[in-house]
Design a protein around this ligand. Structure first.
Ligand SMILES: [Ca+2]
Length: 312
């Protein structure tokens, strides 16, 4: 069954790969729209990058909306140190020709959920949760209408990447994350524990480059670019493809395994702001609110990604 999805994103090279995977998989996911949020880079760049990626996929009719340009209660923290000044550093990219929709991303999310039958739209946040939390706050009636929220964010065993305790997406807007995690909407979470197992290797990158297509070449150059950062930081074999895990889960949920547990967001904390306090061992007695993934079949994941990107 084709799932109707809204991708909420802050591209970001790994966001870009996730968007390509979704747009290459129309039999599995129907992308109702892409909503941009400030995160890896400011909103002026994320909304533009989202359109660049749609054009690269050959889908310039995809609806792209600009959303919130700052977290609910904090100053924006960005990650140019990972993604470069544009957010999509690596290959040369031309400015997009396709336009941005007039409506605000939050209005698009609310209007779409109200217009569609309940339980048939899945939200896929790949960045800070500001747009999603704003929609839930402004229109509480949409909460029971959301089929599921499948998001990239947080960590338990891997703990943090932007601070010793916090993963970037949650750290940037913990107040928004708290609203989402307390919403009661079915949540599936792809934390660093999973995405750090989806590491690109030289043969993967060669596979993308050897496709001989523009999208294949871009994916190879993007992964080449941000691989440098993770290799230096973690000494790992390659770069984690964080955000594509969300889309891969919608297509092949069997590639992932985890636990349905309680996850709370630390919004105070002198050193731990933005931490996902995940009760992996079931010691808190608090009610489960999220399917928190812990493992991925990395070879199966890359086989899917390669097969789908090659279609574009
Ligand atoms: Ca992202």
């Amino acid at each position: 069954m084709t799932r109707k999805i809204i991708i909420d994103t802050d591209p970001g090279q790994d966001d870009a790969v996730a968007i390509l995977l979704a747009l290459a998989s129309p039999e599995d996911v129907e992308v109702l729209g892409i909503t941009a949020v400030a995160g890896n880079v400011p909103l002026s760049l994320t909304q533009k990058n989202a359109r660049i990626v749609c054009e690269l996929a050959g889908k310039p009719n995809t609806l792209v909306f600009a959303g919130c340009d700052a977290p609910l209660a904090r100053k924006l923290v960005t990650a140019e140190h990972v993604h470069g000044k544009t957010g999509l550093d690596g290959p040369q990219l031309a400015d997009p020709v396709m336009g941005l929709q007039d409506a605000h991303a939050v209005d698009f999310i609310i209007d779409t959920l109200r217009a569609k039958p309940p339980g048939c739209v899945t939200l896929c946040p790949l960045g800070p949760l500001t747009n999603i939390a704003t929609a839930l706050q402004r229109a509480p009636d949409i909460t029971p209408r959301i089929q599921e929220i499948v998001l990239m964010g947080g960590a338990y065993f891997e703990v943090g990447n932007i601070t010793p305790a916090a993963e970037f997406n949650i750290y940037v807007d913990p107040e928004a994350a708290e609203i989402v995690f307390k919403s009661g909407v079915p949540l599936t979470v792809m934390p660093l524990d999973v995405t750090h197992k989806a590491l690109t290797t030289a043969p993967h990158i060669k596979g993308f480059r050897d496709m001989g297509t523009e999208p294949g070449r871009m994916v190879a150059e993007w992964t080449d670019f941000f691989e440098r950062f993770d290799k230096e930081k973690y000494g790992s074999a390659g770069a984690p493809l964080h955000d594509p895990c969300v889309i891969a889960y919608l297509i092949r949920p069997d590639l992932f395994s985890g636990r349905h547990i309680n996850v709370e967001i630390e919004t105070g904390g002198t050193f731990t702001s933005g931490m996902t306090v995940a009760d992996w061992w079931g010691v808190s007695g608090r009610a489960p609110n999220a399917m928190f993934m812990g493992d991925v079949d990395a070879e199966g994941f890359f086989a899917l990604l390669t097969d789908r990107i090659a279609r574009l």
